[in-house]
Design a binder for this molecule. Sequence first.
Ligand code: HEM
Length: 379
Amino acid sequence: PFPSYDQLRSFAPVLHEPRSDLWLLLDYEGVKRALNDAEAFSSVVSPPTARTSQWLVFSDPPRHTKLRALIMRAFTPKAVASLEPRIRELSRELLDQTIERGEMDLVTDFSVPLPLRVIAELLGAPVADQPRFRRWSDVIMALSHTVSGGDAAARVQEAFRVVTDEMRAYLEELIEQRRAVPRDDLLTRLVEAEVDGERLTEEEILGFFQLLLVAGHETTTNLISNAILCFIEHPDQLARLRSTPDLLPSAIEEVLRYRSPVQAMWRMTRRDISVHDQVIPAGKMVMPIIGSANRDPQRFRDADRFDITRDPNPHIAFGHGIHFCIGAPLARLEARISLSTFLERVRGFTLASDAPWEPREAIHVHGPARLPIRFEPGR
Ligand code: HEM
C-alpha cells in the first residue's frame, strides 16, 4: 500500500472516495487529530452489527473513560512485566518444535500461536480451548474487514452471529465459575468490576472478551511477522542488530512505524469539520490511515527508509490520545521477548520461496498471511 499512500498524500492529505462516501486522512497531523479529537470525530462508528457497539474502542466519553479506567487496571506495568518469564517459556517451546527442521512458516508456527496463548492465559481461559479462540478470532477479524453490503458481507455477519452465540454460551459458563470461585485473572476482574456502582452486564463482559481476543493477538502476530520480514528485506539492519542487541527495542519501534500492524481506524464526524481547508460534512465515515501518517515525509526524515536507530520516532502505530492502545506495553514485551529468543536461536534465516509474500486479507491490518523461512537447523 505504501507507494500509493505517498501518491495520494502528495495529491491531497484529505481525500473523498465517492463510491463508498468515505473520507481518507493521509497525513500525520490530520490522522493524529482524528484519533484524539473525540468531540469532532466519534468512535461510535456504525458497526456492521450492533453488538460491537459494546466494544471500548467503539465508544465515546463519558462511558469510554469509565470502561477504560477499569481495564487499565489489568494492564499496569507491573502486571505486564510479570508475564515475561511465561512469554519466554512459550517462545522457547514453539521454537523447540521447529528448530531441527530448518524450516517453518513463521506465521503459523510462531507469530500466531504465541500472542494467542498469552492473551488466552491472561483472560483466564483453559489451554484446551485455544483452537476455539483462534476460530472465533478469525471470524471477528473477517467481520471487521467487511465494509460493504453484498453476499460476502451477509455470510460473514451470519458467521459472526453464530460465533457470538457460541462465545456467549462459553462465557456464561466461565463467568458462573468465576462467581463461585474467583481467580487471579482478567475474567474475574471483569466479573467483579463496578462502573458507577453497577456490575458490568454479561453483554459488556462479552464485548471486552471479544475485543481483547482480537486486539490482543492479531496485531501482535503481525508485529512479530513484520519484524522478521523487515529483517529479511534489510540484511544490513539485521547485521547491525546482531552486533548491537540493545537496539532491539528501537528496532521494534521502527517496525511499528515502517510496517504498522494496524494501518487504519474508523471515525464518524459529529459535525462539519474542516481539515486542511477541506470541509468534511457531519455524519460521514472517516478513515485515519495510520500506515500513511507513519510514512509522512513532513514528519519523518527519509520516511521510506527502514532504520533501526531512528531517533526520535514519534510513530502513532498504537494510536494517539484517549483511545491509545491499552495493550501497547504487552505488545512491546511480547515482541521483545519473542524476537530476542528467535534471533538467539535461529541463524541465517531467509525466505524459503521466491514467490512474493502474500498479505493477510484485511483492510486495516498489515502483515503476511504466511512467511515460509529456511534457516540453519539448531538446538
Ligand atoms: C486500541 C494498535 C496490541 C488492546 C488500539 C488502537 C490502535 C492499536 C491503533 C487505537 C484505536 C483507535 O484510536 O480507534 C495496536 C497494535 C498492537 C496492539 C499495533 C500490537 C502491535 C494490543 C494488545 C491488546 C490491545 C496486545 C490487549 C491485550 C487494545 C484496546 C484498545 C486498543 C483494548 C482500545 C482502547 C480504547 O478504545 O481506549 N490498539 N494494538 N492492543 N488496543 Fe491495541
